[in-house]
Design a protein around this ligand. Sequence first.
Ligand code: NAD
Length: 359
Amino acid sequence: MGCFPIKTVLVTGGAGFIGSCFVRQLIGDGGYRVVNLDKLTYAGDLASLGEALEHPRHEFVRGDVCDAELCARLLAKQRPQAVVHLAAESHVDRSIDSPADFVRTNVQGTYTLLEAVREYWAALGEAERETFRYIQVSTDEVYGSLGSTGQFTESSPYRPNSPYAATKAAADHLVRAYHHTYGLPTIVTNCSNNFGPYQFPEKMIPLMILNALDGRRLPIYGDGNNVRDWLFVEDHCDALRLVCERGKVGTSYNVGGHGERTNIEMVTAICDLVDRFAPGLAHSPCRSLIDFVADRPGHDRRYAIDPKKCATELGWRPQLDLSTRLEQTVRWYIDHREWADRITSGVYERDRLGLVESR
Ligand code: NAD
């Protein structure tokens, strides 16, 4: 991180999919000390940290962002120059089944962390207060659904449609308020759908890869024409680092890589890659496993990010194209079957979640 007033970063949710990638990058690039606060829910896994886990500049703390006393104690002891808040309940289907967990972690947890950070930041010297950063890692889902044209910009109105998106939106609003009311140097990032290694297999891309490998049905919600704007996780984490380094306080950044695809396009591409990289499967071609199932309640039709601000202000863009990244990802899940089997074992059977019973 260039000008480098930041040496110690408190990362929350750093054992999750995106958080672990971010921690691996901060540790791998050298220079940073990372304090990693994570509750290790079903979605958190220390193995996803790889060599960063035992690195002398990495300290893992198992704990809950809703624990005010723990947040205050950690900040006072570790003295970070930046806090990057990723900890969240993150799966839309689960938010339909149990919104309470989402309200607790995503809203109450963000509030609790913000309060602790506000107190810590207010007691810093003037120069440290100036360079301190609080980064809220959020999603494009807060903007709701697009029609067939247009893109979300940083000034698009918030119109969340799922309980997940609503809790992320509420948290973003709190962050904004803490900047305007208390002067806390905050920045919000709103990123599109991520994919890559170590993503919990309830999410569409790893679920489809693993089901295709196992000859299980590939459940496509609705007509399969919902559009998501896909971004490889390492590119997202590059953007987060640039935001810490050069982002303008009190603003937000949309992060996306022009990766718009319909779900059916993504799934057929995955099928073809599985056929190619795992030849000889009894059930191939894997496209024969595609199964159109009941749509997700309130399913947003289309997301698309306008990443101009990130590109012009931060000089960010994705390093490789989407099809190369998808190839790498399919290969990774084929090569890491034991990881996927272990993380899901006993907690997730790849069954359908998030269907509201009709009354
Ligand atoms: P994830 O579900 O893979 O990981 C979440 C991590 O947070 C897990 O390690 C979990 O143990 C931890 N956690 C959950 N509740 C906690 C609590 N109360 N206290 C401390 N730790 C807790 O999620 P992800 O996909 O890595 O997403 C990370 C962040 O990025 C989230 O805030 C999410 O909203 C946001 N985001 C995700 C995407 C995406 O496509 N995955 C896109 C944009 C933004």
